[in-house]
Design a protein around this ligand. Structure first.
Ligand code: AMP
Length: 225
């Protein structure tokens, strides 16, 4: 953890978006960054799943898009993010937003993004990561049957609740999510590249190794600014 102390105070006010395809480790890296660097995490995927679970008007509208692997309409997600970011102080990590250039433009109206981190992972590895992923139904912690198994099979290490497979982690839906990613979200890397705030990171290998690369990117950003 050589970079942690060096970026701790500096990172406190950064607004960071985590890009990268489904399964690239955005959620996992976000969890760790929030635990160690006190970022506020805003995950549109988690917020939407909660809305679906609660049966709110947003959840009812979002459900079918999510089940088929498509994207929820920009306006709905944009309103949600605006509500969450209003009055938000300190460092923020956005996991899963923006996912279209339109959403990135909406975000620019609300906050100034300091850094966009793109996690790059080979497509077949993404499929394996997603189809064998398990999540805690209570606290949303993420595990993997092979790469990051829970200590006790089927139970969350953190809160002991049952682990489940997300509906959209079946292979058919995963393939569709990856197709949608390439069509709608990949162009975003260009958007942030042009703003000179894009950092590409190899998202393959150990979770800790990827985390070190993310911290290193934060450190280089500090030097430049
Ligand atoms: P995630 O947990 O980030 O993989 O998101 C799960 C699903 O929620 C996605 O496949 C989309 O259907 C929906 N979703 C999450 N974030 C967004 C977003 N920014 N824009 C549109 N749909 C989203």
């Amino acid at each position: 953890m050589i970079y942690l102390s060096e970026v701790r105070s500096y990172a406190m006010d950064l607004k960071i978006v985590l890009l990268g395809p489904p399964g690239s480790g955005k959620g996992t890296q976000t969890e760790r960054l929030c635990a160690e660097l006190k970022f506020t995490k805003i995950s549109t995927g988690d917020l939407l799943r909660e809305a679906v679970k609660q049966g709110t008007p947003l959840g009812i509208k979002a459900k079918s898009y999510m089940e088929s692997g498509g994207l929820v309409p920009d306006q709905l997600v944009g309103d949600l993010i605006k509500e969450k970011l209003t009055g938000q102080k300190g460092g923020v990590l956005l996991d899963g937003f923006p996912r279209t250039v339109e959403q990135a433009k909406m975000l620019d109206q609300i906050i100034k993004v300091d850094l966009a981190i793109d996690l790059e992972v080979d497509e077949e590895l993404l499929v394996k990561r997603l189809t064998e992923r398990r999540v805690c139904k209570s606290c949303n912690s993420v595990f993997h049957l092979e790469f990051n198994p829970p200590k006790l099979a089927g139970k969350c290490d953190k809160c002991g609740s049952d682990l489940i497979q997300r509906n959209d982690d079946s292979e058919k839906v995963v393939r569709e999510r990856l197709r949608v990613y390439k069509e709608k979200t990949l162009p975003l890397t260009r958007y942030y590249y042009d703003k000179q705030i894009l950092v590409r990171i190899n998202g393959q290998g150990d979770i800790s190794d990827v985390y070190e690369r993310v911290l290193k990117a934060l450190k280089s950003h500090k030097k430049k600014n």
